[in-house]
Ligand binder design. Structure first.
Ligand code: FAD
Ligand code: EPU
Length: 337
């Protein structure tokens, strides 16, 4: 069963804590509920927006349509051997609670992705990543509901078009499919991923390397530099790290020898947008109640009372300023509504 609410404030449903209203708001706890809702809603021509934890959206105005939250729960073991375990998880499970659940059972693969806000159903959309791991490494299948046919359609890992902060769900299937479940293959014979320098350093404080300690080390690093959305409104990295041509990177390195850069192969180099934004003078700047975080320039913040359009305006000014200084375009990672 589901209940359609009207004129709901979205302030508690987005981590930027933007106070806009949605005309309609519905929470569905099963795929059947979603289908029933879609078949019976009174105004099928109004726009529909699927919302998970609201940690990667910026609302710039009231939403004149239906917000649908797929609150489908459940963690189900599909297959298990001595080597690995396959679990199917409802889209509405909290991502970090799922990570903790796996770490407790000694199932490896997502411990580096600890403390990322949001829902399990959203993790494939931008292929969440942190500390040397991307969720594509452990996803075997994504189950969706096609909004036009109301039929379920499953996408195997190799059909999801996963890339850095990208997937088929963020591109071709955006707005046309709802993710209802995600299936993960996790390791029981553990292989730790400790290539990310800061993580390796942080782990030196622990007496041994295991999933619990990796999770704790990741949490500690994140706590030291990322603002907590419960305290300061934000949506994590506002921009993606740009990937540029190697000759351009070499030219920049001759000018800024301390610029961090990561070779991506195929003549491409990734540059941290946080470094570019800091160099352009934005780090820690505050304009009214909107600002650029003092510890991580990639994170835009709402100190309280900002509107989505103020944050969006700041973001476009930062883009222009980085373009002027470095001739590099930085794309927004956050979904603008
Ligand atoms: P939402 O914000 O609710 O939705 C995001 C988009 O997905 C929207 O366009 C929405 O319409 C769509 N959507 C949501 N659910 C569904 C569904 N079931 N089916 C179809 N479409 C859907 N991300 C990283 O990758 N790495 C990080 O390290 C990281 N750190 C963060 C730190 C902080 C403090 C914050 C606030 C965010 C961070 N993020 C990070 C971004 C964010 O947590 C992830 O993108 C997360 O997966 C978003 O999940 P959500 O459920 O909150 O998505
Ligand atoms: N840096 C600066 N100034 C800053 C911020 C960063 O110079 O203000 C430099 C750092 O010194 C470091 C480099 O940039 O040399 C990279 O910084 P960091 O390790 O903090 O990572 P990031 O590239 O800024 C990315 C992800 C994060 C993820 C971390 C850890 C993107 C867009 N962001 O940030 O993801 O948690 O790596 O893996 O890829 C998110 O997507 O919301 C997010 C938080």
């Amino acid at each position: 069963m589901f209940e359609i609410k009207e004129n709901i404030s979205l302030k508690n449903y987005n981590t930027f804590r933007i106070d806009v209203k949605s005309r309609f708001f519905v929470e569905c706890t099963s795929s059947k509920d979603i289908v029933d809702f879609l078949k019976t809603r009174k105004s099928p021509n109004l726009p529909l927006l699927v919302l998970g934890g609201g940690s990667n959206v910026l609302f710039t105005q009231d939403f004149d349509g239906y917000i649908l939250r797929p609150s489908i729960k459940g963690i189900e073991i599909i297959n298990e051997s001595d080597v690995d375990i396959t679990v199917r998880v409802g889209a509405g499970e909290d991502w970090d609670e799922f990570v903790a659940y796996c770490v407790e059972r000694n199932w490896g693969g997502i411990e580096n992705l600890s403390l990322i806000p949001g829902n399990v159903g959203t993790c494939p959309i931008q292929n969440i990543g942190a500390y040397g791991v991307e969720v594509k490494d452990v996803i075997s299948e994504v189950e969706t509901l096609n909004l036009s046919t109301l039929k379920s359609v499953n996408y195997k890992n190799n059909e999801c078009e996963f890339a850095y902060r990208d997937s088929i769900f963020k591109q071709k299937l955006k707005g046309t499919h709802i993710i209802t479940h995600v299936t993960f293959k996790l390791q029981k014979q553990l292989v730790f991923k400790l290539d990310y320098g800061k993580l390796k350093d942080e782990l030196k404080r622990f007496d041994k390397v295991n999933l619990t300690n990796i999770r704790q080390a990741v949490i500690d690093i994140r706590d030291s530099k990322l603002p907590k959305p419960e305290e300061i409104g934000n949506a994590g990295s506002f921009f993606k790290n740009p990937v540029i041509e190697k000759p351009k990177a070499i030219e920049l390195l001759s000018q800024y020898e301390n610029m961090p850069s990561y070779d991506q192969g195929m003549g491409k180099v990734k540059i941290p947008a946080g470094w570019l934004i800091e160099k352009a003078g934005w780090k820690g700047r505050r304009i009214g109640s909107t600002g650029v975080h003092e510890n991580q320039a990639l994170v835009l913040v709402n100190y309280g009372g900002s509107s989505g359009s103020e944050i969006y305006k700041l973001a476009t000014e930062i883009q222009k300023s980085v373009k002027n200084m470095f001739d590099i375009d930085i794309a927004m990672e956050v979904n603008i509504v």
